[in-house]
Every structure is written in C-alpha cells, then in structure tokens.
Design a protein around this ligand. Structure first.
Ligand code: PLP
Length: 501
C-alpha cells in the first residue's frame, strides 16, 4: 500500500506558498497608474537596496485562499475543540468583541491622531483603566505593555525606579520555585538577580525560606496567587508583611486572575504592582506570539514612575495623553498599546459587569474541581495523583510520576494520545517542581459534557496502556496532520526560514 505521506494530495498540501503558483500569476489586477513613477530603489538608502527584487509567491486568489484555509485546518485551535492548557486560560472569545473591534471608528483610527479628535478611543482606554483599577484594587493603570511578560518587565523597572528615587540600590528579586519562567527571565532582562524561594508541603511559599532570603538588598517578591499549582496562598498577609518589612515591593503576576475576579483583589492582599493578561482573563484571543496586552496597575507610591504617556481625564472632562511625568520610566513601546485588545476586553467587562466577572471566576473554579473529581472517580489518582492539596482553584497539577513507573508512559505520551481523542493537551512539564507535571485549566466556558468526555479520554488512555502496553501512547498521535515530532531537535536546531533553491 502507498504510504499516506506519498499520496499526491498530501504532497500538494505539504507545499509552502513559494512552491505553488506560476510565474506571472496574480490574485488581483492593479488599477491604471495615475501618479508620477518613482524608482523605489532610489528612495531607499544604499545599504537597504538589493540587486534583485525579492522573490514573492505568484499565485491566484483561489490558490491563496486554499493555501491558508488548508493551513488553518491543520492546526488545533480553541474554536475546534477543548484546549485545557494550564496557566493559559484558553477560554471562549465571544464573537461580539470582534464586531465592536471591527467598527471603523476603532479599526481605522490612526495612532498619530490628535487626542482632541480621538476622544472616543481615549475615553474607552480611560474607562478600561478604571475598570482594571477596580478589579485589582490598585488605583493607577498603564495600558502600554504588550504581553504579560512585558508587564512584568514594566513592574521590575518600576520597582527599580521606586528604590532609586529613595536613594537605594537593591538588586535581588525573589521568585518562588513555582513561578512562571517569564518571572526569572524578566528579572535577568532588567539586570537584577533572581533568588529562588522554596515551596512548602502545602504548595505555598515556604515562609522560613522567605524570611531567610528577604533582606535590605531585596527589591521585590514576584508572586502569582493562586500560584501555578492552582492553589491560593493562605499566608499572603504574612508574606506581604515580611516583604514590606524589609522595604521591598510586592509584584502580582496576574496571569491567574481568572480564578479570583470579583472575589479577591491583589491591592487588598498588599501587592504594589500587578499585571493583567488581557489575552487570558479578559478574552482577547491569544495571538501566535502577539498581539497581546499586559496592562499594569500600581499603588500610590509606585504611580509617579508609570510609563509615559498616560491616558488621563482632565478637569474639564476631556481625555488626553499626559507626557508631563518627570519620574516616569519612559515609554515601553510605540504608541499607546494594542488598541484592538483594549476594545475587546472592555467589551467583555461591560457585557459581564462586576457580578458577571465574579460568576466567571466561580464557574472557572467549579469546572476545575468538577474535572478533578471526575478524574478521581475514574480511579486516575493511582497513576496521576494531584501534586498538592485536595481541591484547587481555576487549574490543577497532576503528577505523571506513578504513571511513568507502572505503565511506562510519560506525561508527553499521554498528551500526544489526547490529540487522537480530539483534545488539545494540557500544559506539560510545568511547574518544574512536580515530576512529570500535567497542568489542567478547563476554564468557565466549557460544558459539563466536554469535561466528562475529557475525563473519560484520560481514563481510556490509561486503561489502554494497562491492557495493551505502552506502545500505543508512545507512538501517538495517529490522527493529526503530522505525527510525533522530534521536539528536542526542533528546539535545538530550529529551521525557521525557507531555503529557496
Ligand atoms: C503565570 C504566568 N505568568 C506570566 C505569563 C506571561 O504572559 P505572556 O505570555 O502574556 O507574556 C504567563 C503566560 O503563560 C503565565 O502563565
């Protein structure tokens, strides 16, 4: 039998856009030339000029459409199925938000528009700032950062500016060993030193280790609460007292805000700075590397250092951009941020209201605990026990250690086999302190039937490995456009550009 990969249709589908079409083929007809002809090469500085024009694909419109529709069908996305990627809050993105973001007043607004003529957009941004301030319990907001990690960078730079303004040079930033990889990466990028804090047996911050490491050189503690184990740290008041006691600030990684909206506020817990991931809790779709949005909210003492310009409402009631901020850390990016993200997230906040946001968080927590209970009912805990605690908030982390020992299948094998059952795998091998970690975040937008089917699939994969041996899972997936990839080689030797003959 001809192997599937050699069928002509498969071969055609595997082609890149550069391998399709024919010389001179076009998807459009240009209008007649009605402006003076200028040689573009002459407008460019010498160093940017090429001897040959770049080779671009030459394809008809149907070819383009088929190419990209074909690619989209080869991917797994939130609109095709359940996507319980822990720590990522892959919840449904309501279509209403796309409609409002596409309104010409939003979509066609030029970023250099005079603020006087962009009052509607500035009002929306100001209202979003007010809403985020209320949700976080911290009064001053900047919408500029373009991702959660960019918000983290802003937060660490703000902390440094705050200490420097007091004449202090503090170089250490404490991060728990459950923290997301972007936390230590951000600290290093900002030129400060990462100091790890241990986790206690309950899955929270080890207070003794924190006391031992917090000192006069500590700039800040970065914390997620609930943390990446899906657990709320009950000692948060004590943690805040220890950190503030040595004169350091407290940074809240708001990536897990979906568990606590309207229920608890970082400002009330004692945090000084928080970032939000609008592409998680506030339904802005996760882009493939962007655009995202990671606004920050801060307390009074940090406010003077916020990035500039800030969107403000003047006493007369009009909205403006405030550049007049002497102690600001400056700009973090061009223009004011990813405006389309603001429109979508503001639409989400307005359509749900305060009570609706609280409901969303409560259902997110309920769904995660329901799924956890269903898995326990299936007897899954023997192979995949809960890493810490009995219950969880919006997500939970299982350990695949016993599964690996008794069934010889790794968490990666289970994740790949789930694709054959029509589910996107959960996050794997994170947080690092859990052996063979499997981190599951179902979100509030999934139905009971989906959660049941997912629990059934995990149980079925374990049964299959117990009865038929580990090979089925070890060689999965079988039903996806590409089979098991060599992820180590892909990470170590990435081929990221097309080499043309
Ligand atoms: C806990 C946590 N912190 C920070 C981040 C970084 O956010 P972003 O991906 O928007 O840079 C993430 C992203 O996955 C996260 O899960």
């Amino acid at each position: 039998m001809t192997p599937v990969t050699e069928l002509p249709l498969q071969r055609e589908r595997a082609k890149t856009i550069f391998e399709k079409g024919a010389s001179g083929r076009r998807a459009f007809i240009c209008p007649e030339w009605d402006v003076p002809r200028v040689d573009a090469q002459e407008l460019l500085p010498e160093r940017f000029r090429r001897a040959e024009p770049p080779r671009l694909p030459e394809v008809s419109e149907p070819e383009i459409v088929r190419h990209y529709i074909g690619l989209s069908k080869r991917n797994f996305d939130l609109d095709s199925g359940f996507y319980p990627l822990g720590s990522c809050t892959m919840k449904h993105n309501p279509r209403l938000h796309e409609r409002v973001a596409a309104l010409p007043g939003h979509a066609r607004l030029h970023p250099l528009q005079d603020p006087e003529r962009a009052q509607g957009a500035l009002e929306l941004m100001w209202n979003l700032q007010q809403a985020l301030a209320e949700i976080s319990g911290l009064p001053h907001v900047s919408l500029q950062p373009s991702a959660g990690s960019h918000g983290e960078l802003a937060g660490v730079l703000l902390t440094r500016a705050y200490h420097e303004a007091r004449g202090e040079q503090r170089h250490k930033v404490l991060t728990p060993d459950t923290s997301h990889g972007t936390n230590p990466a951000t600290v290093t990028m900002a030129g400060l030193e990462v100091v790890k804090v241990a986790t206690n047996p309950e899955g929270g911050v080890d207070l003794d280790d924190l006391r031992a490491k917090a000192d006069g050189e500590t700039a800040c503690l970065m914390l997620t609460n609930p943390n990446t184990l899906g657990l709320f740290d009950q000692n948060i008041k004590e943690i805040a007292a220890i950190v503030h006691g040595v004169g350091a600030t407290l940074y809240y990684d708001g990536a897990n805000l979906n568990a606590v909206m309207g229920l608890s506020r970082p400002g009330d817990m004692g945090f000084d700075i928080v970032h939000f991931n609008l592409h998680k809790s506030f339904t802005q779709p996760h882009g493939g590397g962007g655009p995202g949005s990671g606004p920050i909210a801060v307390s009074e003492r940090i406010a003077p250092f916020l990035p500039r310009p800030l969107v403000i409402r003047r006493e007369e009631g009009n909205f403006d951009l405030d550049f007049d901020r002497e102690q600001s850390i400056g700009r973090l990016r061009g223009f004011q941020g990813n405006y389309g993200c603001f429109v979508r997230s503001y639409a989400y906040i307005c359509s749900l209201g305060g009570d609706g946001l609280k409901d969303a968080s409560e259902v997110a927590v309920l769904n995660a605990n329901y799924l956890l209970a269903r898995l326990k009912e299936h007897g899954v805990s023997e192979y995949l026990p809960l890493a810490y605690g009995d219950l969880c908030l919006h997500e939970f982390v299982l350990s695949g250690g016993p599964m690996k020992k008794t069934l010889q299948i790794k968490t990666l094998d289970l994740a790949k086999r789930l694709l054959d059952f029509g589910f996107h795998p959960p996050t794997v091998y994170f947080p690092l302190l859990v052996e063979e970690a499997l981190m599951i975040e179902p979100t509030e937008t999934e139905t009971k039937e989906t959660l049941d089917a997912f629990a059934d699939a995990i149980a079925a994969i374990l049964r299959e490995a117990a009865m038929d041996g580990p090979e089925v899972a070890q060689n999965a997936p079988y039903t996806t456009p590409v089979r098991r990839l060599d992820e180590v080689a892909a990470a170590k030797h990435p081929v990221i550009r097309q080499v043309l003959a």
